[in-house]
Ligand binder design. Structure first.
Ligand code: COA
Length: 498
């Protein structure tokens, strides 16, 4: 017989329905939930809350780890419940509500959320809703497929609602390593010097008295399908792997590389898939999301160890993870995002950070979040946590978007998330721009020649030549700097009309 999920007899009397648990959430409250890039987020209680909102007015502020599934962000956004939301989302319903400014969205570096909450910067946390696979005899919580900000939310919340999800296997127990740093002035160095080290506990500490309700559910993680690796992503991956080989030859990277971080999305997945085909071995991964391609690398015997904060697999990837969980758990640790994305640890371990850009400018500034400078896409996520502290900070993007109507290399980005100071390398399907040890004009030449699409190269050169005549350390023609975006807005292409 399966071990009981609630092992603290006292707490059995707290078991209730999702509808009754949702009654604990009142209008005006702030709710913090588990969940990170649709993994390990609560499902039944948010759905019950959305149902309740049909009968009464209710508005809440919602904090999560990162993006969560449609049962939470989608259902609550469509019910008009969310007032303020942080720190990251990818759901279409909430994205639209954010861009209509019906939801106030606070886009925060993912490593900083827990500490900002503890410092009191974000206000009071009323309720935490946490998905768990089990509750220990002491009342401690065993998280499921993600850790995210849950340990701090449980610490700060007045009340905790636990969703025991029976679709999540009990074998997840033991994969987590929970550590909350002390706050300044008492903070000590985080004692992580290797990717595979454990520094905390396998459970989240929780005072049993705080647990106000326990709800059983079996709704699975609403994971997203992964786009197949297309020719452009494959070429970017090949360009990057060639770059790594040159770095090894030059003595700037060891043969096994350094621990890798890889962002979200299809490009990131393609880069890792490319590594699985390469002759690299004994790799390590210190990242936030663990995507399907990481399982490929483990299965191919090329990945020694993986540290992250969530299992962000496709449906097929999740099935494969569950089926082989006993062997994967020897090689995977899930940590709070405050640790998986911690700048101190990232700098110490010497991470190779690989993230995706929406657009890049000729000087190396990167926009990861805003379409045409105004419309929020997802959020900065962990890209800033990693890029600023990385040993090597790499941004990949296809050279064009929307069938060539948009150049992803532009004279000036329409929004800045990562500045020229933390971007070392740009990769497109055309090549690699190495920006290290280069002044702005050298960087512009490198990016235009190596990364821009040939259709846009002459236009970018023309812009740079004109700007150079005006002088300055970082030359620009300010009246034209955003004219490409304006042109796209006016007639659907960044290319001049004639
Ligand atoms: N201008 C306008 N639209 C653009 C564009 C540009 N320069 N570049 C891409 N787009 C559009 C695409 O056409 C696509 O539109 P669609 O959804 O209508 O098809 C959309 O933006 C997404 O582009 P895609 O190429 O599919 O990107 P992706 O899935 O690889 O995601 C980011 C790219 C940047 C949106 C994503 O990586 C992200 O949110 N990053 C920020 C957070 C982060 O880096 N987290 C990881 C840290 S560990």
């Amino acid at each position: 017989m399966e071990e009981p999920r609630v092992r603290c007899p006292e707490l059995l009397k707290k078991v209730t329905s999702a509808a009754e648990a949702a009654e604990l959430i009142k209008d005006g409250m702030t709710v913090g939930t588990s969940g990170f890039t649709p993994a390990g987020y609560p499902k039944a209680v948010p759905l019950a809350l959305a149902e309740r909102a049909k009968k009464e007015r209710i508005k809440i502020n919602l904090w999560t780890g990162a993006s969560v599934g449609d049962e939470l962000d989608g259902a609550l956004a469509r019910a008009g419940i969310i007032n303020k939301r942080l720190p990251y989302q990818t759901n279409e319903s909430i994205r639209d509500a954010i861009n209509r400014r019906e939801v106030q969205y606070i886009d925060i570096h993912l490593s900083q959320v827990a500490q900002q909450a503890r410092y009191g910067f974000l206000g009071h946390l009323d309720v935490a809703i946490v998905e768990a696979v089990a509750i220990t005899p002491e009342g401690y919580l065993i998280p499921s497929t993600s850790v995210g900000n849950t340990p701090t939310f449980v610490e700060l919340a007045e009340k905790v609602i636990v969703e025991i999800n029976t679709s999540q296997p009990l074998e997840l127990e033991g994969m987590h390593d929970i550590y909350i740093p002390a706050d300044p002035p008492k903070r000590k160095p985080i004692p992580l010097t290797r990717v595979d080290e454990r520094i905390g506990t396998p459970y989240i500490l929780c005072e049993p008295d705080k647990i106000a309700a326990i709800v059983f559910t079996d709704i699975p993680d609403n994971v997203r399908p992964l786009a197949p690796v297309d020719a452009i992503s494959k070429q970017m991956a090949e360009n990057l792997i060639e770059f790594f080989k040159r770095e090894i030859k030059a003595g700037r990277l060891p043969d096994k590389l350094l621990p890798l971080q890889s962002g979200v999305g299809s490009v990131a997945n393609a880069v890792l898939a490319g590594l699985a085909q390469s002759d690299f071995s004994d790799l390590e991964f210190y990242s936030e999301v663990i995507q399907d391609s990481v399982f490929d690398l483990i299965d191919a015997g090329k990945m020694r160890f993986v540290s992250g904060t969530s299992i962000t697999a496709s449906e097929a990837g999740l099935k494969r993870f569950y089926e082989n969980i006993k062997s994967y758990r020897q090689k995977i640790i899930l940590r709070p995002q405050e640790i998986s994305n911690n700048p101190e640890v990232i700098r110490r371990l010497g991470i190779i950070a690989m993230n995706t850009a929406i657009e890049v400018d000729i000087y190396g500034n990167v926009n990861s979040t805003h379409i045409m400078g105004t419309r929020m896409m997802n959020g900065i996520g962990g890209s800033g946590d990693f890029s600023r502290s990385a040993y090597l900070s790499i941004f990949a993007t296809p050279s064009t978007a929307k069938n060539g109507a948009i150049s992803c290399i532009v004279p000036m980005v329409s929004h800045v998330d990562h500045t020229e100071h933390e971007v070392h390398v740009i990769v497109t399907e055309w090549g690699v721009a190495d920006l290290r040890n280069k002044c702005p004009v050298e960087r512009a030449q490198e990016i235009i020649n190596n990364c821009a699409h040939p259709d846009y190269r002459p236009l970018l050169k023309e812009y740079l030549d004109k700007a150079l005549k005006r002088g300055g350390h970082t030359p620009h023609c300010l009246e034209e700097a955003l004219s490409w975006h304006i042109r796209f807005g006016a007639h659907g292409s960044m290319k001049p009309k004639n």
